[in-house]
Design a protein around this ligand. Structure first.
Ligand code: 2IT
Length: 449
């Protein structure tokens, strides 16, 4: 282990001992970067790691709104503007009751490297609120989004910071936030991505994250002369990412046998199909906190309460729910059941112990971190920004083809960097190193700012 990396990590743990998610992300990333900073002293001389782990700016604000009963409600909102070395801050907004500044620092840190991997000019950022959209009326969602944007609008802009959706924020929420931004800023610009199709959105943006995950898994399998066609696949989650992954995996001939929610998982031995995916999309619109009702709708679907789907025997696992949804025991269970490929769709799906287990077993089970395999979402946001700048829209075939090429290139960048720094087949090291080099070198070029 590099002395430099150890010092920076120990410093972070002392300074932010309560930020367990951020420390987890930083530990994984900095460990991967050890061979890079050891090989070239310029990174240490210019304190690149110390600068990289501190957000350029965090905006923290109060969000006051009124519920349908007339009761006043107070939430906390944040925007973490983490790094702008290679482009305007870019990253989603998460509305979830568990969101804290720690959550958004971990997500923003991941986003720096993810956005760099896309090869598009986007810096790293993330925002959100500890607001729970579950069970809220449409009017309440609108009032919350407007109150949130009333504070955020002065800190963002199409060349400054471009938010998008994440957990709890989809097309509807982006619409309400965009409307409020437009009113306050008195300008119609591409300040958010994930917009509606007839007011500046991009075709394929809703599908992009899940499609990208499956394209990435297909590239991983190809390195073994294999394909996703005919594979048994476990997907977790039942939100936007899971939905896109189910659609693309089934299109490519895989059999997806699970989806999941916080209440348990669905096992469907007949496999999901377009009709079932469409029902997932319908469920998503009401922001439910339970997947169980899916089993009432389809007779072949069984609901298993209180468990995660990693106990099911599958060839490929696609965690698409939320951070830390796959622990060491579950990683071992997947491996023991013959799973050959784990491709993360959520950000930091696996705990540090699970990631270590996968890395120790490189060559026997393939594992890719979310920042590489879920980058198709933000990449397509980047394509939406390009279309907005040109004031033109591309066809779905064109966007999908670009997305596919970007995922193939990210896969190649991970494989090449992993091999170059002595850990062939290790996608964690490959993604962290390839993402880091571009950002770090841009920071060096731009001086001490
Ligand atoms: O985690 C992510 O990459 C996202 N939520 C998408 C971010 C974006 O700006 O499209």
């Amino acid at each position: 282990m590099s002395q430099y990396v150890t010092e920076v990590l120990e410093g972070l743990k002392k300074k932010y001992p309560w930020e367990t998610l951020f420390i987890q992300a930083a530990t994984e990333i900095l460990h991967s970067l050890a061979p890079v900073v050891e090989a070239d002293p310029k990174y240490r001389k210019h304190k690149i790691l110390e600068r990289l782990v501190e957000p350029e700016r965090i905006v923290s604000f109060r969000v006051c709104w009124q519920d349908d009963k007339g009761e006043y409600q107070i939430n906390n909102g944040w925007r973490v503007q983490f790094n702008s070395a290679i482009g305007p801050y870019k990253g989603g907004i998460r509305f979830h009751p568990t969101v804290t500044q720690d959550t958004l620092k971990f997500l923003g840190f991941e986003q720096i490297l993810k956005n760099s991997l896309t090869s598009l000019p986007m810096g790293g950022g993330k925002g959100g609120a500890n607001f729970d959209p579950a069970g809220k009326s449409d009017a309440e969602i609108m009032r919350f989004c407007q109150a949130f944007m009333s504070e955020l609008f002065r800190h963002i802009g199409p060349d400054t910071d471009v938010p998008a959706g994440d957990i709890g924020v989809g097309g509807r929420e982006v619409g309400y936030m965009f409307g409020q931004y437009k009113k306050l800023a008195n300008e119609f610009t591409g300040v958010l991505t994930g917009k509606g199709l007839n007011w500046g959105g991009s075709l394929i943006r809703p599908e992009a994250t899940g499609y990208g995950v499956v394209y990435f898994a297909e590239e991983m399998l190809k390195t073994k002369g294999d394909t996703i066609k005919g594979k048994r696949v476990a997907v977790s989650g039942f939100g936007n990412v899971a939905w896109g992954a189910v659609l693309k995996a089934t299109q490519l001939g895989a059999k997806v046998v699970t989806i999941s929610g916080p209440d348990g998982y669905i096992l469907d031995e007949e496999g999901l199909n377009a009709e079932k995916a469409a029902y997932m999309g319908e469920m998503l619109r009401t922001n439910p906190r339970a997947v169980a009702p899916f089993a009432d709708k389809f007779p072949s679907a069984k609901f298993i309460a209180g468990k995660r789907p990693w106990e099911v025997k599958v060839d490929v696992a696609l965690p698409c729910a939320i951070q830390n949804e796959l622990n060491l025991d579950e990683a071992k269970a997947l491996f023991a059941n013959g799973c050959i490929c784990v491709t993360e769709g959520s950000n930091m799906s696996s705990t540090l112990e699970a990631v270590d287990f996968f890395m120790e077993n490189t060559g026997k089970i393939m594992f890719s971190p979310g920042k590489a395999s879920n980058a198709g979402g933000v990449a397509t946001s980047g394509l939406e920004m390009s279309q907005n700048s040109m004031r033109l829209g591309w066809t779905s075939e064109e966007v999908d083809a670009r997305l596919h090429t970007i995922m193939i290139n990210i896969h190649k960048a991970c494989v090449d960097s992993a091999a170059r720094y002595g850990t062939p087949g290790n996608y964690v090291n490959g993604a962290n190193i390839a993402g880091f080099l571009k950002v770090a070198d841009a920071m060096l070029d731009q001086g001490l700012v």
